[in-house]
Write a protein that binds this ligand. Structure first.
Ligand SMILES: Cc1cc2nc3c(=O)[nH]c(=O)nc-3n(C[C@H](O)[C@H](O)[C@H](O)COP(=O)(O)OP(=O)(O)OC[C@H]3O[C@@H](n4cnc5c(N)ncnc54)[C@H](O)[C@@H]3O)c2cc1C
Length: 368
């Protein structure tokens, strides 16, 4: 029922704008409005904080179905989970109450600020500093590649509180868009997910109350990594949705397109490609849903499974979308058809929330 409901909404309210959002590289406002109106913008927020209380699998299905028509729009529910999960996992009761209610109501989105210009895969090498000043912390630094920066009201920011201790000297904070000293860089000009703003976040003497720290001092990096264990599964869902969208489009096209006097769907070479695409998507789906169940239960092998789902599903998305372009021939290579957008959008799923090389490092360290 959830899948049917999200699919109908996505096809009616989000799909019609997907090409323009990509072409104009603009934020998918129509998608945000439709998701908020249907309480699908941040489904993971627990009911006790005013949210829809969706479990990890339901959240995955929402993201998958939105990504099937518009990958940029799927970053609304996905990044709302990424940005707010540190508070849900490690924040004080007061922080949860304060920030989950506006998120659930659709009054403000949440972004996640871990990466920096010189700290990507090696995120613990970050330089952003937080220095204590009485009942306040003062933050200075630059966060890079922040999804929905400028659009979000709330930002989970990881910063160094004790430079001697490397990852154990990093703490997490909630920063608000309106805090004096917060500003944003120009939107990055990207290959894909062009509707999802990616900008730098500048922190210039941002003075915030000490109770905005998420969890204990020095636990921010652990919280950031624990968050990714759960949210990499949402990137797997996004990849899955993009791949399914490309397969669905190609499936319809090959029945219409005629060459050599018959639909190209009649050629076994084409049928075998479609069979492989569907097989890979189904394998990615099973891995992703199993990982979502593990996320919900907090299983001990979640770290491996989350990395495996993200890595596998994103590789599948890249292969399937490339094959979809191939099945449309020259038409697939143009913006008159959606599969080239899907191919460009798929690429990011192999890069963010840790590149697929990093996923393999994570898997190798946590072999089942
Ligand atoms: C569109 C977009 C949105 C993003 N959104 C966010 C966000 O909201 N919040 C956020 O915090 N970050 C975000 N990111 C950042 C993203 O997570 C990083 O780009 C990613 O982790 C890679 O870091 P990097 O770009 O610095 O690449 P690098 O770390 O410089 O990696 C370059 C290459 O080296 C490889 N490499 C690095 N180390 C190793 C190793 N040990 N072994 C093998 N290979 C290695 C990588 O796999 C990669 O191929 C986003 C990025 C993009 C492009």
């Amino acid at each position: 029922m959830l899948r049917d409901a999200v699919r109908s909404l996505a096809e009616a309210k989000i799909a019609p704008h997907a090409a323009a959002v990509d072409e104009e590289a603009r934020f998918p406002r129509e998608a945000l409005d439709a998701l908020v109106a249907n309480d699908l913008h941040a489904v993971h927020v627990p009911e006790e904080y005013g949210g829809a209380g969706a479990d990890a699998l339901a959240t995955v299905i929402v993201i998958e179905e939105v990504a099937r028509v518009c990958a940029s729009s799927s970053l609304i529910p996905a990044v709302n989970k990424l940005g707010s999960l540190p508070v849900i996992l490690s924040g004080s009761e007061a922080l949860k109450k304060k920030y989950m209610a506006p998120l659930a109501k659709g009054e403000g989105m949440f972004s996640y600020c871990l990466s920096e210009p010189d700290a990507g895969s090696d995120a613990a090498g970050m330089k952003t500093r937080a220095v204590r000043d009485g009942d306040f912390w003062v933050l200075n630094g630059v966060k890079r590649w922040i999804t929905n920066a400028g659009e979000s009201e709330f930002y989970t920011v990881m910063a160094v509180t004790d430079p001697e201790k490397r990852s154990k000297g990093i703490s997490a904070f909630v920063v608000e868009k309106g805090d004096p000293g917060v500003s944003f860089g120009a939107p990055e000009k990207k290959l894909g997910i062009k509707g999802s703003p990616t900008r730098e976040v500048y922190l210039d003497n941002v003075r915030i109350p000490a109770d905005r720290m998420i969890g204990e001092e020095g636990t921010g990096f652990a919280t950031a990594m624990k968050t990714l264990d759960h949210t990499r599964i949402t990137i797997a869902a996004q990849a899955l949705g993009i791949a399914q969208g490309a397969l669905d489009y190609a499936k319809g096209y090959v029945k219409e397109r005629k060459q050599f006097g018959k639909p190209i769907a009649d050629f076994q070479g084409v049928q075998f490609m479609l069979a492989d695409m569907a097989m890979k998507i189904e394998a990615a789906r099973q891995l992703t849903y199993a990982a979502a169940a593990k996320s919900e239960r907090g299983d001990s092998d979640l770290t491996f499974q989350g990395a495996a789902a993200k890595c596998f599903a994103s590789d599948v998305a890249m292969e399937v979308t490339t094959d979809a372009v191939q099945l449309l021939g020259g038409y697939g290579y143009t913006r008159d058809y959606p599969v080239e957008r899907m191919m460009r959008d798929a690429k990011i799923t192999q890069i963010y929330e840790g590149t697929n090389q990093v996923q393999r490092i994570v898997m190798a360290r946590n072999l089942p």
